[in-house]
Design a protein around this ligand. Structure first.
Ligand code: HEM
Length: 221
């Protein structure tokens, strides 16, 4: 079961005893989530509001070593960055051309591309070496390396030089993030379907299989 889920990344024990919320607040969730257009100051602020520090920010951003993103989250970087009428100057020019062909100006915005153009499905430190090469997909990725004088640059470099250090920090930060706003004891409830409050199945999109609900014990990338 675990093998097919893994992308050769680290594993860790997930704390148990967490319960599910009785409510959800889309406005609050959106307020607290960082946007892909954020600069470094905005990213640090959003993370620090959750007691996550700069090392957490850099380590957790490494989650973008796998997966895809839609054009609409970075098209401004390709054609009209910060209303300059030009592309983001921190973008590698070859990468810029590749992205422009995937995401035409005024295109649908839903086209997909890899978050890590080098090794899109392997969990490794190439996410960080991409940043050194100007191959970060979102502004929120590239600013970790391209913000002049930033303290994040040396952290990026250390993860490039030592992938084990990245994995160790990623695991520690994932556990830390997993401790934010936890409901225990009699708080909340244990949902029978993970995407709906008990007794209100009207918003259900998918049914949780027995197999996937058993996955809570050990997490892996
Ligand atoms: C630093 C702030 C972050 C921002 C601004 C951000 C933004 C985004 C955006 C815009 C997408 C693309 C969504 C889409 O196109 O539909 C994405 C995808 C993704 N993000 Fe993040 N993210 C952040 C942090 C994280 C963290 C902390 C993790 C995990 C540790 C993570 C893991 C992923 C993964 C795996 C995907 C790909 C999902 C897929 O392929 O379906 N991201 N992120």
């Amino acid at each position: 079961m675990q093998q097919k889920l893994q992308a050769n990344g680290p594993t860790w024990q997930v704390q148990l005893g967490r319960r599910d919320s009785l409510t959800a607040n889309k406005t609050l969730a959106t307020q607290n989530l960082p946007a892909p257009s954020f600069n470094l100051t905005q990213l640090k602020d959003t993370f620090s509001r959750q007691n996550l520090n700069t090392t957490d920010l850099v380590a957790l951003s490494g989650g973008h070593t796998i997966g895809r993103g839609q054009c609409r989250f970075f098209t401004d970087r390709l054609y009209n960055f910060s209303n300059t009428g030009n592309p983001d100057s921190t973008l590698n020019t070859t990468y810029l051309q590749t992205l422009q062909s995937i995401c035409p100006n005024s295109g649908p915005g839903t086209n997909l591309t890899n978050l890590d153009p080098t090794t899109p499905d392997t969990f490794d430190s190439n996410y960080y070496s991409n940043l050194q090469d100007g191959n970060g997909l979102f502004e929120s990725d590239q600013v970790l390396f391209s913000t002049s004088g930033a303290d994040t640059i040396s952290i990026v470099n250390s993860f490039i030089n030592n992938q084990t250090l990245f994995f160790e920090n990623f695991v520690a930060s994932m556990i830390k993030m997993g401790n934010i706003g936890v409901l225990t004891g009699s708080q909340g409830e244990i949902r029978t379907q993970c995407n709906a409050v008990n007794g209100n199945s009207s918003g259900l999109a998918t049914v949780v299989t027995k197999e996937s609900s058993e996955d809570g014990m050990v997490s892996s990338f």
